[in-house]
Design a protein around this ligand. Structure first.
Ligand code: CS2
Length: 505
């Protein structure tokens, strides 16, 4: 370990010292690893090429671990880019400040309301948008949302923070601003805009809505980079390469992609310098990424965890997982994806398998499998409904749901193993209660779908999907995930023939 801490002066003359931003033009909500290895890297590239006032004020939600360490390191950290053929470390250095929202909610509002700030970027995960899975609208049952509506000056939710800060902007200087969601939500910009509007109406700030129409934009975007959790080994690697102690290195794969609508009403950095792409219509990229990458990723995580794999590369290294991943991707997700014109889909798919196999990265199955109750709703329903309405049971989407339920609400007496137990999910207690009162797997699946608070209730209209998912759960429990995958493959894309329909015919 080096004795000196990472700092701008420690990097002087190393060729790694980043360009210092001239001011703060961006507030970022969600100072996690993904932001630090994605938007911050693109912003650093833009600063290196163009300079300017595009420094980032990074806002962590609750924890001060990263903010304290960043403050102790001149706001710097290494991004350790890892592939089996080697690694490299770079230091983005795009941040100009950090804060913890929970410690001073009013400071977050002031920061976003500052007229010098032109963009708010957001990575708060699917869960951070506080919408109801049942309605897609602002979750009025959420105590955090209720708190923020009652006390809009001290907001604790992302939507509450945005709504309050935009209200202050509208009622004071009125300078325009862009709100750019960078989470894996379909239509992430439109969704954020709708939630902010609902919040404003609910808290009696309707006067802000007209200003919002003319002065605030919410571009949709597709973001992509596999970024595992931190670990001491990455810190050690960054420290060794930089010659200065780095306690908060971020590991990342070499691949990175960012496609956005170019509607930044108050200007933006030249993110193209880092390879960002601006497109008129981002939806095809979002659908491709959220279904082919994220959707398949979920299946790899749940099957792998159930088979004792701690990492995604271990899991995809099992031939039965690889086969199931290929089947769900090619047969079940791909037909529902309008492939963007500039993407060679064969290459894209081949690259996904290489990325998932990056054994040096150690991306954990528990990380990808966490929060499935919020993630799966983005990934599974539309493709599943597409096949079911065409008279086909999508076996591997069924398998994804079956494996998820086996991981987070295992049937009585079934131990899904340590990696499944390590998956965090806000729905765990709710699902466990439901499983405890169910008479069979079929009961569990039916109640989950009929409640509509994890996947949309339309899926409950297909008894064949319920039965198949329950059968696959039972196979996982009795014979393991490989047997379930074999069973799914052997009946892949079989036509729907239910008792009731057979009788009707
Ligand atoms: C993963 C994503 O955890 C997950 O659900 O599918 O975090 C994935 O690694 C990123 O979206 C890649 O861009």
């Amino acid at each position: 370990m080096s004795d000196s801490r990472l700092s701008r002066s420690a990097l002087a003359g190393s060729g790694l010292a980043p360009t210092r931003p001239d001011g703060t033009g961006i507030v970022h909500l969600g100072l996690g690893n993904f932001h630090r290895a994605h938007q911050a890297v693109y912003t650093a590239a833009a600063l290196a090429e163009d300079g300017g006032r595009w420094g980032i004020l990074g806002v962590a939600n609750r924890s001060r671990t990263v903010t304290d360490a960043m403050l102790a390191q001149d706001l710097l950290y290494g991004v350790v880019e890892i592939s089996p053929s080697g690694s490299r470390v770079s230091v983005p250095g795009a941040h100009t400040g950090v804060m913890v929202a929970a410690h001073d909610p009013a400071a977050v509002v002031r920061a976003i309301a500052d007229p010098e700030v032109k963009i708010v970027t957001i990575t708060v995960t699917e869960l951070g948008y506080t919408f109801s899975p049942l309605t897609g609208a602002l979750d009025l049952e959420s105590t955090a949302v209720q708190h923020d509506l009652a006390q809009p000056d001290a907001p604790t939710t992302t939507v509450g923070q945005l709504a309050r800060a935009l209200t202050v902007r509208a009622r004071t200087h009125g300078c325009p601003i862009t709100v750019a969601s960078c989470d894996n939500l379909l239509g992430n910009g439109d969704r954020t805009a709708a939630l902010v509007r609902q919040f404003l109406v609910r808290c009696g700030a309707d006067d802000v809505l007209d200003w919002l129409n003319t002065s605030v934009t919410f571009p949709n975007s597709m973001v992509d980079r596999i970024v595992p959790s931190s670990s001491e080994s990455y810190d050690a690697e960054s420290t060794a390469r930089l010659g200065a102690a780095d306690a908060i290195a971020v590991p990342a794969e070499p691949f990175t992609m960012w496609v956005m609508e170019d509607s930044f009403v108050a200007g933006r950095p030249r993110w193209e310098a880092g390879g960002a792409v601006f497109a008129q219509d981002v939806e095809p990229y979002e659908l491709m990424k959220v279904r082919l990458l994220n959707g398949t990723h979920s299946l790899i995580a749940y099957l792998g965890a159930l088979d004792g794999c701690s990492t995604i590369p271990d899991s995809i290294g099992r031939p039965f997982v690889e086969a199931a991943a290929r089947a769900v991707l090619v047969d079940e997700y791909l037909p529902t994806v309008p492939v963007p014109d500039d993407v060679d889909i064969e290459d894209y798919i081949a690259q996904l398998f290489v990325r998932w196999s990056n054994s040096a990265l150690g991306h954990r199955t528990a990380q990808v499998g966490s929060d499935g109750s919020a993630k799966l709703a983005q990934r599974i329903p539309t493709p599943a409904l597409y096949h079911l309405r065409n008279g086909v049971v999508p076996q591997h989407l069924s398998l994804t749901l079956a494996a998820y339920l086996c991981c987070v609400c295992p049937p009585e007496g079934f131990d899904p193993g340590p990696h499944a137990r390590a998956m965090a999910d806000p729905a765990r207690a709710r699902l466990a209660g439901l499983a405890a009162s169910a008479a069979s797997s079929e009961d569990v699946v039916r109640s989950v779908l009929e409640r509509g608070d994890i996947l949309p209730v339309e899926l409950a209209e297909f008894p064949e999907f319920i039965t198949r998912t329950a059968e696959l759960m039972d196979t996982v429990v009795r014979h393991g995930p490989m047997a379930a995958a074999v069973e799914a493959a052997s009946s892949s894309l079989r036509p729907v023939v239910t008792a009731s329909r057979a009788t009707l015919d």
